[in-house]
Structure formats: structure tokens, C-alpha cells
Write a protein that binds this ligand. Structure first.
Ligand code: VGL
Ligand code: ZN
Length: 197
């Protein structure tokens, strides 16, 4: 059986100094690099938004971190972040990117956000990651990265629903923790059958 490490969104904008900085986001980089040696496959995800993306507060004349209603459901409005080709969208400079077999980008659809590495926020449009994993015979996943309560959480829950064996290494994740989102994410992941380590 092949196991994979999926490294979620370890990008400059989610690290201290970035546009949507997660406290301690950079602290997990050495541990993630070390963990790569324990897996058959390493996959990185990259949040990758066009300028003017519909998840940006600036596109709605709204305050960052306010909530709006999209055709696919409620959506947090974020500061502009991870704009395609920007320094903020680059992986953290110390992340061992060379070890990755596959880099999957998400959030490129201007009208739909994509927290999950598997489906856009409409919960229908696939990113292609499921097919990649299945065709490689990968059944066991460990997720790490940023942010615990958004992209790691949505990716882990979708992966478990798709039938993968999913573990989240919580010590190699950091959270935005906005409005109770970390506790809700923990509860949701456990309910979906994700193992928290
Ligand atoms: C993320 C908010 C917006 C994440 C991405 O990587 O958790 N959060 N875009
Ligand atoms: Zn984003």
C-alpha cells in the first residue's frame, strides 16, 4: 500500500508577514520537511487565486473576515492573498519543494473558492487530486500544513468521505482560529472519521 503526505498551502501569504498570516505558520516547515522522508509520495497544494477573486473582501467592498452568501453557500471574505504569480503565493522558501511528486493548485476559478484539495467550495467541482491518488494506488493519507481550520480541515473531511484513510498531524498544522473555527474543525474532522494525531 502506498501512503502519501499531503502538504496544504505552506505559502508565504499564510506565514508571518504574509497577507493572511497564520500565527506560527512558518514553525512547521522543518518538521514537514523531515516528515517527507517517511512517505512514498509527497504532494503539495498551492492556493492560487486570480486578482479580484470572489473570495476577496476587496471584490465586495466588504471588511476582511466578514461573511457573505455565495450561490454555493456562506463564504468568509478574506484579505487579498495567494494571487497567481505573486511572492505571497510562493511556497515558504525553506519548504523542500523538490521532494514533491505533484503540486496541485486550487482556487483559480474566479467565482468559486476552494478550501479543499479535492473539491471547490461548491462541493461538486473536482480538482483532479482524487483521480491522481487513485491511479497511483494511494489509499493512506497524512495531511499537514495551513490552515488547520480551513484548507486542512476541508481537505481531510473530503478525503475521508471519498474513502481514504486520513490522518491529520496536528503538530505540523497551524490554525487561523477565527470565531470558534478551530474547535468546529476538530469536531467536524473527528465526525468524518479523520484521525487527529
Ligand atoms: C486558506 C483561507 C483562504 C487556507 C486559503 O489555506 O486555509 N484559508 N484561502
Ligand atoms: Zn485562498
Amino acid at each position: 500500500m502506498t501512503n502519501a503526505l499531503i502538504v496544504i498551502d505552506v505559502q508565504n501569504d499564510f506565514c508571518p508577514g504574509g497577507a493572511l498570516a497564520v500565527a506560527g505558520g512558518d514553525e512547521i516547515v522543518p518538521g514537514i520537511n523531515a516528515a517527507m522522508n517517511d512517505f512514498d509520495a509527497v504532494i503539495l497544494t498551492q492556493d492560487w487565486h486570480p486578482a479580484g477573486h470572489s473570495s476577496f473582501a476587496s471584490s465586495h467592498d466588504a471588511e476582511p473576515m466578514s461573511l457573505t452568501e455565495m450561490p454555493y453557500g456562506p463564504q468568509v471574505l478574506w484579505p487579498d492573498h495567494c494571487i497567481q504569480g505573486s511572492v505571497g503565493a510562493n511556497f515558504h522558501a525553506n519548504l523542500t519543494v523538490d521532494r514533491a511528486d505533484m503540486i496541485i493548485r486550487k482556487g483559480y476559478n474566479p467565482a468559486i473558492d476552494s478550501y479543499s484539495a479535492f473539491f471547490e467550495n461548491d462541493h461538486k467541482t473536482p480538482t483532479g487530486l482524487e483521480g491522481y491518488l487513485r491511479t497511483r494506488g494511494i489509499e493512506t493519507l497524512t495531511l499537514v500544513g495551513l490552515a488547520t481550520d480551513f484548507c486542512v480541515n476541508y481537505s481531510a473531511v473530503d478525503a475521508a468521505k471519498l474513502g481514504f484513510d486520513v490522518t491529520v498531524a496536528m503538530d505540523l498544522c497551524r490554525a487561523i482560529d477565527f470565531d470558534g473555527s478551530l474547535q468546529a474543525a476538530r469536531d467536524g474532522m473527528i465526525a468524518a472519521g479523520v484521525k487527529l494525531k
